[in-house]
Design a binder for this molecule. Structure first.
Ligand code: NDP
Length: 490
C-alpha cells in the first residue's frame, strides 16, 4: 500500500491531524494507497514557506538559464520513471495505458518547452517622448497557488508547475483528493533533482479545506485553477480578499460540427475519439455532435456501430480502449445524467448502462452512450456530464450549425469537419470557443494557448501565454537627461 505524504519546505510529512484518505483503483474498487489529509494549518504553513522562499530570492533571482537546467533535469527524470508513472496513472485514474503513456510523454515535453522558453528574449522597449526611454520587463508574481482536477492528474499538474517554476515563482500545489498519486511522484522527482527547499510545496487534501485556503490566503499572489465551473466561481469570490490574480480553466460542452461534404469515415472516427477518449472525462470533449441533416441517419448508424465495438476494460489491460470512470461518486453522477436524458425524452440508441460483466462489476465502467432526438435546452445538451455520453443533433445549414454550436454557457472548444476550407474557417471564426479544430479533434500542443471563452474560464495556459500568466509586467522609464524637470517655478 502506498503511503502518500505532503512535501513542505523539502520535508515529507503527514497532516497535523494525522488523518488519511483512502485512494481507490477505479478499475476494481480496491484501496491501493493512503494519502495525508491536509488541514488549513498545513496549508498555511506551506504558504508561509513559499512566501519566505520567494522573498529569499534563491529561486526568483536565480539566472533563468540555471532555473531552466532544473526543469530539464525534471523532464529527464520523468522519462526515466516513465513506466512507473504510466502504471501509477492507470491505477489511480483508470486511464488506458495508451492514454497514460501519452500524458507522461507530454509532461516531460512541457517541462522542456518552458525550460527553453524562459531563456528566450522577452520584454519590450517603447519610443516615447525624449529624453525618456521606456521599457517593459517581466517578473515572477510571487507565491502561486495551483489547484488541479483528477482527469489528467500528472499532465494538469505539469501544465501549471512547469511555467510557474520557469518564471521564478514559488508554489503551493494541491492535486485532486481523488488522484494524488502521480503528482506526489512528481514531487519526489523535484526532491531528487534537488530543487531548492521551499520552492515547490505539496499539500494533499480536500478542495473546500486546502483549496479554499489557497484561494483565500492574503499571502498567495496568484491562483491558477483547473476544474469545474461551479468551483471556479467559488475561487473567484474567495480570491477577491486580496485582489489576487486568477486564471480559471473550467468545464465545457463542446460542439463537433460534421458537414455532409466531410470525409465520412474520418469524421466518424474523430467524433468517437472526441467523446470516448478518457471515457469522456476530458474538459474539451466533443460531447455535442452536430450533423448536417442529409447525412444524419447514416452518421448515427455508423457512429453507434463503432461505439458498440469499443473495448471497455481496466486501463492496465493493453487490449482496453476505454477505461472506467474515476470514482464511485462520479459513476453515480454520470448514470444520473443518463436517467435525466431518458426522462427528458431523448432517445437512447447506444449504451446507457453500467458495465458489470466480464469481471468489471467492482469497477466504475459505463457503456459508450448515445442520445439522439434531443432538444437544445435539454439538460443533457446543456450541462457537462464528463462521461462517455454524447448527444447527436441535426442541423439544416451553416447558419443553424453555428447557432446550435454557440447555444451554451460554455466556450471551451469545438471542431468542424468539411473538405470546404473556406466554410471550415468561416464556421470556426463564428464559434465562441478558445480551442478549435478543423478535420481533427483534441490534439493539444505545449506551444499553443489553452483556455476558454464564456463560462469555460479566464486566461490561457500553455505556450507563451501560459508563461505570461505566471509573470507580472513592469514598466520602467529612464530619464536619459539627468536634470531638474523645472515644473514649478520656485
Ligand atoms: P472540481 O472543480 O470539483 O475540482 C477541481 C479542483 O478544485 C480539485 O483539486 C478540487 O479538490 C478543488 N476544489 C474543490 N472544491 C474547492 C473549493 N471550494 N475551493 C478550492 N478548491 C476546490 O473539478 P473535478 O476535479 O471534478 O474536475 C472536473 C472538472 O474539471 C470538469 O468540469 C472539467 O471540465 C474541468 N477541467 C477543465 C480543464 C480545462 O483545461 N479547461 C481541464 C481538465 C478538467 P478535491 O478534488 O479535493 O475536491
Amino acid at each position: 500500500m502506498l503511503d502518500l505524504k505532503m512535501y513542505i519546505n523539502g520535508e515529507w510529512r503527514d497532516s497535523r491531524n494525522k488523518q488519511k484518505r483512502k485512494i481507490i483503483n477505479p478499475a476494481n474498487g480496491e484501496i491501493f494507497a493512503e494519502a495525508a489529509e491536509g488541514t488549513v494549518e498545513d496549508t498555511k504553513e506551506a504558504i508561509k514557506v513559499a512566501k519566505e522562499t520567494f522573498e529569499s530570492g534563491i529561486w526568483s533571482e536565480m539566472p533563468a538559464s540555471e532555473r531552466a537546467s532544473y526543469l530539464f533535469k525534471i523532464a529527464d527524470k520523468i522519462d526515466e520513471y516513465s513506466d512507473e508513472l504510466v502504471h501509477l496513472e492507470t491505477t489511480d485514474n483508470g486511464k488506458t495505458l495508451r492514454e497514460a503513456r501519452f500524458d507522461v510523454g507530454d509532461a516531460a515535453a512541457c517541462f522542456r518547452y518552458y525550460a527553453g522558453l524562459i531563456t528566450k528574449p522577452d520584454g519590450q522597449t517603447y519610443h516615447v517622448v525624449d529624453p525618456v526611454q521606456a521599457m517593459v520587463v517581466r517578473e515572477p508574481i510571487g507565491v502561486c497557488g495551483l489547484i488541479v482536477p483528477w482527469n489528467y492528474p500528472l499532465l494538469m499538474s505539469v501544465w501549471k508547475i512547469a511555467p510557474a517554476l520557469a518564471a521564478g515563482n514559488t508554489i503551493v500545489f494541491k492535486p485532486s483528493e481523488v488522484t494524488p498519486v502521480t503528482p506526489t511522484k512528481l514531487f519526489e522527482i523535484l526532491e531528487e533533482i534537488e530543487l531548492p527547499k521551499g520552492v515547490a510545496n505539496l499539500v494533499l487534501g480536500a478542495g473546500p479545506v486546502v483549496g479554499n485556503e489557497i484561494a483565500e490566503s492574503h499571502d498567495v499572489d496568484f491562483v491558477s485553477f483547473t476544474g469545474g465551473t461551479k468551483t471556479g466561481k467559488h475561487i473567484m469570490k474567495a480570491a477577491a480578499g486580496n485582489v489576487k490574480k486568477i486564471s480559471l480553466e473550467l468545464g465545457g460542452k463542446s460542439p463537433n460540427i460534421i458537414f455532409a461534404d466531410a470525409d465520412f469515415e474520418t469524421a466518424v472516427d474523430y467524433a468517437l475519439f472526441g467523446i470516448y477518449s478518457g471515457a469522456g472525462q476530458v474538459c474539451s470533449a466533443g460531447s455535442r455532435i452536430l450533423v448536417e441533416e442529409s447525412i444524419y441517419e447514416k452518421f448515427v448508424e455508423r457512429f453507434v456501430e463503432r461505439a458498440k465495438q469499443i473495448n471497455v476494460g481496466p486501463g492496465d489491460d493493453p487490449a482496453s480502449e476505454m477505461g472506467p470512470l474515476v470514482s464511485q461518486e462520479h459513476l453515480e453522477k454520470v448514470l444520473k445524467y443518463i436517467e435525466i436524458g431518458k426522462k427528458e425524452g431523448a432517445r437512447l440508441v447506444c449504451g446507457g448502462n453500467r458495465i458489470t460483466k466480464n469481471g468489471l462489476n467492482k469497477g466504475f465502467f459505463v457503456e459508450p452512450t448515445v442520445f439522439i432526438d434531443v432538444k437544445p435546452d435539454m439538460r443533457i445538451v446543456q450541462e457537462e456530464i464528463f462521461g462517455p455520453v454524447v448527444v447527436i443533433q441535426k442541423f439544416k445549414d451553416e447558419r443553424e450549425a453555428i447557432q446550435l454550436a454557440n447555444h451554451t454557457d460554455y466556450g471551451l472548444a469545438g471542431g468542424v469537419f468539411t473538405v470546404d476550407g473556406a466554410k471550415a474557417l468561416r464556421v470556426i471564426k463564428k464559434l465562441r470557443a478558445g480551442i478549435t479544430w478543423i478535420n481533427t479533434y483534441h490534439p493539444t500542443y505545449n506551444e499553443a494557448p489553452w483556455g476558454g471563452y464564456k463560462q469555460s474560464g479566464i486566461g490561457r495556459g500553455l505556450g507563451t501565454y501560459g508563461l505570461e500568466e505566471f509573470q507580472e509586467i513592469k514598466q520602467i522609464n529612464i530619464n536619459l537627461q539627468v536634470e531638474p524637470i523645472g515644473w514649478f517655478s520656485k
